[in-house]
Design a protein. Structure first.
Length: 344
C-alpha cells in the first residue's frame, strides 16, 4: 500500500478555545502535529504572560497521554502592550509571537488594535528581541468590500509598517490573495505566511454552491479562483516562506448554522490528511514535508521535529460531526466526504 512518512508536522496557526472544549479539540492536533502556535483570542483575550502561562497549562492538561505535542503560546497585542511586556515575554522563553488583530476584524477581536502606528516602540522591542508579529491582515472599515479587506490592509498597514520597521519579523496569517502572497515573495526572508487548507481548496463561489454553506464561511473570506490558483502554485513550488497554518477555528454547529453564523472552519480532525490530498492533486506531494514540517520551524528559528508520522493511501470518511463539549457538536471540514490519505 502506498504510504508517506513525514517529519512530524507543526501547525503554525490554531484556535483551541478554552474550558471543556479543550479536552475535545486539543487531541485532534496532538495526534497529528508536534507543535502549534496557539492563538490568544479567548474571551477575555490572552494579553499578559501570566494569562498565557495559565492558558498553556490548561492546554497541556488536555493533551492525551503518549502524544508528542507542545503548545507554543502567543500574546494578544493591545493598544496597551508595552516594550517591557515584550521583553518579559521573550525572557520567559514561553512566548513565540504576538498577534495583531485589528479591532473587530474577526472572532473575539474587540480588544484588538485600533492604531498600530501608535505602537512603534512596542514593535521596535519585538524587532530587538526577535519576536514575530503575527498579523490578521484585514482592514475593518465597513466601507471596504469584504473581499478586498486583505488587499487594503496590505496597502494601508503592512507596507508602511515594514517601511518603518524593515527588520520586524512578520507572519501574514492565513494569506488569501495573490496580492499578499506576491508581497511575501518580494519582501525578503523575515516575512512569512501561513496557508490554510480551505484557501487552497475552495473559492468564494463554493460558499454559495447549491445554497449557502455556513461551514465554508471563514475570515478572511474565501476569494476568487485566481487567488486560490496562485496560492496553490506557490505552495507547490516549495517556497520556504509559506508554511502550514490550519487556522482551525471551532465553533459549535449551532453557532455556525444560525441566522448570523460565526466565521471559522474546523479542520483539526483531518488537517494533515487534507493537505496531503491538496499537494497530491497539485502533483507536488514531495513538497508537502517542507511546507508542513520544515518551513515554519526554520522561520521561527526552532529545531525541526525529530519524530515522524505516516499517512497511508486508504480511503476513509470524515465523520459528520465531533463533540465540542457535553452540549455542542462541531462540523468538520470535509464532513461526510471521503479522503484518500489516512493517518496511521
Ligand atoms: Zn485564526
Amino acid at each position: 500500500m502506498k504510504q508517506i512518512t513525514l517529519t512530524r508536522p507543526d501547525d503554525w496557526h490554531v484556535h483551541f478555545r478554552d474550558g471543556d472544549a479543550l479536552g475535545e479539540i486539543v487531541p485532534h492536533h496532538a495526534r497529528r502535529f508536534g507543535r502549534a502556535i496557539v492563538m490568544p483570542n479567548l474571551k477575555p483575550p490572552v494579553t499578559s504572560l501570566n494569562d498565557a502561562m495559565a492558558y498553556r497549562q490548561r492546554v497541556v492538561d488536555a493533551i492525551p497521554a503518549g502524544c508528542d505535542f507542545t503548545p507554543l503560546m502567543t500574546l494578544y497585542l493591545t493598544q496597551k502592550t508595552s516594550p517591557e511586556d515584550i521583553e518579559n515575554a521573550k525572557q520567559s522563553g514561553m512566548i513565540y509571537g504576538v498577534k495583531l488583530y485589528p479591532a473587530g476584524a474577526t472572532t473575539n477581536s474587540d480588544a484588538g488594535v485600533t492604531d498600530i502606528f501608535a505602537l512603534l516602540p512596542t514593535l521596535q522591542a519585538m524587532t530587538n528581541v526577535g519576536l514575530p508579529l503575527l498579523i490578521h491582515a484585514e482592514v475593518t472599515d465597513p466601507a471596504v468590500d469584504v473581499f478586498d479587506r486583505e488587499k487594503s490592509f496590505l496597502e494601508q498597514v503592512v507596507k508602511p509598517l515594514l517601511e518603518k520597521l524593515p527588520d520586524l519579523k512578520v507572519v501574514l496569517e492565513h494569506v488569501t490573495t495573490a496580492d499578499m502572497a506576491n508581497f511575501v515573495i518580494d519582501a525578503g526572508g523575515h516575512v512569512g505566511a501561513t496557508v490554510t487548507p480551505q484557501h487552497l481548496l475552495y473559492n468564494r463561489s463554493d460558499i454559495f454552491r447549491g445554497g449557502i454553506n455556513p461551514h465554508l464561511y471563514c475570515l478572511p473570506i474565501l476569494k476568487r479562483e485566481q487567488h486560490r490558483e496562485r496560492l496553490c502554485e506557490i505552495v507547490a513550488s516549495g517556497d520556504p516562506r509559506f508554511f502550514l497554518g490550519t487556522d482551525s477555528a471551532p465553533h459549535s454547529q449551532h453557532a455556525k448554522e444560525s441566522a448570523c453564523g460565526c466565521a471559522g472552519i474546523f479542520s483539526a480532525p483531518c488537517a494533515i490528511e487534507v493537505y496531503a490530498e491538496i499537494f497530491e492533486s497539485l502533483g507536488a506531494l514531495e513538497k508537502l514535508e517542507g511546507f508542513a514540517s520544515f518551513h515554519g520551524a526554520d522561520f521561527y528559528g526552532l529545531p525541526r521535529n525529530e519524530s515522524q508520522i505516516t499517512l497511508i493511501n486508504k480511503p476513509w470518511t470524515v465523520p459528520e460531526s465531533f463533540p465540542m463539549d457535553n452540549k455542542n457538536q462541531l462540523i468538520p471540514l470535509k464532513a461526510n466526504e471521503t479522503l484518500h490519505w489516512q493517518l496511521v
